[in-house]
Design a binder for this molecule. Structure first.
Ligand SMILES: C[S@@+](CC[C@H](N)C(=O)[O-])C[C@H]1O[C@@H](n2cnc3c(N)ncnc32)[C@H](O)[C@@H]1O
Length: 420
C-alpha cells in the first residue's frame, strides 16, 4: 500500500496528525495491555511472564495533536510493559517479571528510522537490538522469522499481535491462520476498514483472489449488487458477511468484531480481537464496556448471528453502544433467549460454563458476568441447575466459576419457550 501523504513520518519532518478513531484505538490498546498484565499477574505462582508483542504495522512512533505530541502504538506498548512491571511489583513480596520481546515492522524504511529515534529519545535505547527488534519491510514477509523467534523462546507462544493496517488488504488471511496454527497462546488485534472495502465495491466490483480471502467473491458481489439500492441494509449485511468469514477462517476460537466509532468523524472501523481463550475474550469485552460509546455494533448485543441475521431487517440502523441502557435491553433479551438456547444444549448431558461460553462467546456482547447472572436467575427459578465441578449444587448467591456445570433440573420445571 502506498503511503498516505498526510500520514507519513520523515526524519526531521512534521509529525502526522492523529485522527479521532486512531486515538480511540490507541486508548483501547493501552487499556487492554493493562488489563492483560493485571490478569496474568493474578495467576497463582506466576512470577515471570514471557511474552512477545508484535506491532506489524508500527508507524513512526509519535503523532501531533494540537500543540502536544502523543505516542503511537510501539511507544504505547513499551510504556505499558514498563508501567505494569512497576505497578505489579509495588505490593508484592515475590517479584514479578515481565520478560517481553518486541517486534516492530513497517514497510516504509523512513517510518522505521523515525521510530528508532523516538525509542532512543524515550529512554529505551539500550534495549534496541536486544529485546526490541525493528524490521523494515512487509509484515507478511517478516512473520515466519518473528514466529520462529517466539517459538524458540517459549513453547506456548504467548504473544499479542497488533495488526493495524490502513485498509483491509495488507493482513492476508494466511498470516492470521499461520499465527493461530502455530502459537497456542497468541492474540491478535486487527483493524479492518470495512468502509474502505465497501467504497471499493461501490466503484469497482471486480472479484479477485485478494478479495476472495475475505469472503468477497462473485456470490458476495452479486448479493451486494442485488441489495445496493437499500444502502443501509447492504452495508450492514456486507459488514456481517465479512466478519463472519474472518471468524470462520482465522482458526481463532473467539472473535470480538465490534466497530470502533469516532463521534467526531462519524466513521467506523472494525477493531477485532481474536484469541483462543474465553478469558481473553471476556477481558477485551470488559474494555468495550468500560469505553462506552467508542464501540458500536449494529443490531442487538444479546445473542446475534454474524453473516445474515433476519432480525437485522427490523434492527437495521439501530446501534448498540455498550451503554447502561444497552445493557438493560441486552439483559432483558438474554433472560428471554438463554433458556431455550441452554436447555437445547443440555439435551446431551451437563456442560461446563466454559463449554457454554465456547459456543456463545462469538454471538454476544455480554461479558461472562452478565451471562452468569442470568443463569443464576434461571437456577433460582429451577429452569436449570448449576453444580460445582465436584457435583455440589451452587447456592444462588455464590459466585460462578467457569468450571461450574449446568444441568437439567432434577425436579423438572416446564419451560414454554420464549415469552412474548
Ligand atoms: C495505520 S499506520 C500504523 C499506525 C500505528 N500502528 C500507530 O498506531 O501508531 C499503518 C502503517 O503500516 C505501514 N504499512 C503499510 N503496508 C504495510 C505492510 N504490508 N507491512 C508492514 N507495514 C505496512 C505504513 O507504512 C504505516 O506506517
Amino acid at each position: 500500500m502506498t503511503v498516505k501523504k498526510n500520514f507519513a513520518w520523515t526524519l526531521g519532518g512534521p509529525l502526522p496528525r492523529i485522527e479521532a478513531h486512531s486515538e480511540r484505538k490507541l486508548e483501547v490498546l493501552r487499556r487492554y495491555l493493562d488489563v492483560y498484565f493485571d490478569t496474568v499477574a493474578s495467576i497463582p505462582h506466576m512470577d515471570c511472564l514471557k511474552i512477545a508483542i508484535v506491532d506489524g504495522f508500527c508507524g513512526g512512533g509519535k503523532y501531533q495533536r494540537g500543540e502536544e505530541t502523543i505516542p503511537g502504538s510501539p511507544l504505547i506498548i513499551l510504556d505499558a510493559v514498563r508501567d505494569a512491571q512497576e505497578r505489579l511489583n509495588r505490593d508484592r513480596r515475590k517479584p514479578f517479571e515481565i520478560a517481553a520481546s518486541f517486534h516492530f515492522v513497517d514497510d516504509e524504511p523512513d517510518h522505521i528510522e523515525h521510530l528508532r529515534g523516538v525509542i532512543e529519545a524515550a529512554g529505551y535505547a539500550d534495549k534496541l537490538g536486544s529485546t526490541i527488534h525493528l524490521y523494515p519491510g512487509k509484515f507478511a514477509e517478516h512473520l515466519p522469522t518473528i514466529m520462529a523467534k517466539i517459538s524458540d523462546r517459549q513453547r506456548a507462544g504467548r504473544s499479542i499481535f497488533l495488526l493495524d493496517q490502513w485498509g483491509y488488504l495488507d493482513v492476508p488471511m494466511a498470516s492470521i491462520r499461520a499465527i493461530f496454527g502455530k502459537l497456542t497462546r497468541a492474540e491478535v488485534l486487527l483493524t479492518f476498514s470495512i468502509d474502505a472495502l465497501l467504497n471499493y465495491l461501490s466503484t469497482d466490483r471486480k472479484a479477485s483472489a485478494t478479495l476472495a480471502q475475505f469472503g468477497v467473491d462473485r456470490e458476495f458481489i452479486s448479493m451486494w449488487e442485488a441489495n445496493k439500492s437499500d444502502i443501509d441494509f447492504s452495508r450492514i449485511t456486507a459488514q456481517r458477511a465479512v466478519m463472519s468469514h474472518l471468524r470462520n477462517n482465522s482458526q481463532a476460537l473467539f472473535f470480538t468484531p465490534f466497530m470502533l466509532f469516532s463521534q467526531a468523524s462519524g466513521r467506523m472501523m472494525m477493531f477485532a480481537h481474536l484469541s483462543q481463550h474465553q478469558t481473553a475474550r471476556d477481558k477485551m469485552l470488559g474494555v468495550h464496556w468500560d469505553f462506552q460509546n467508542r464501540f458500536t455494533h449494529i443490531g442487538r448485543g444479546s445473542l446475534f448471528e454474524l453473516g445474515f441475521d433476519a432480525r437485522l431487517l427490523e434492527d437495521k440502523g439501530s446501534l448498540f453502544r455498550f451503554t447502561e441502557l444497552d445493557r438493560e435491553t441486552m439483559m432483558g433479551e438474554l433472560r428471554e433467549e438463554l433458556p431455550d438456547k441452554v436447555l437445547g444444549m443440555l439435551g446431551a448431558g451437563p456442560i461446563s460454563l466454559g463449554e457454554l461460553m465456547a459456543v456463545l462467546g462469538n454471538q454476544t456482547a455480554a461479558r461472562n458476568t452478565d451471562i452468569f447472572s442470568v443463569l443464576q436467575t434461571l437456577a433460582a427459578e429451577r429452569v436449570l441447575e448449576i453444580v460445582s465441578k465436584e457435583g455440589r449444587e451452587k447456592r444462588p448467591t455464590t459466585a460462578l466459576k467457569i468450571s461450574d456445570r449446568l444441568a437439567m433440573p432434577r425436579q423438572k420445571t416446564f419451560w414454554f419457550g420464549s415469552k412474548g
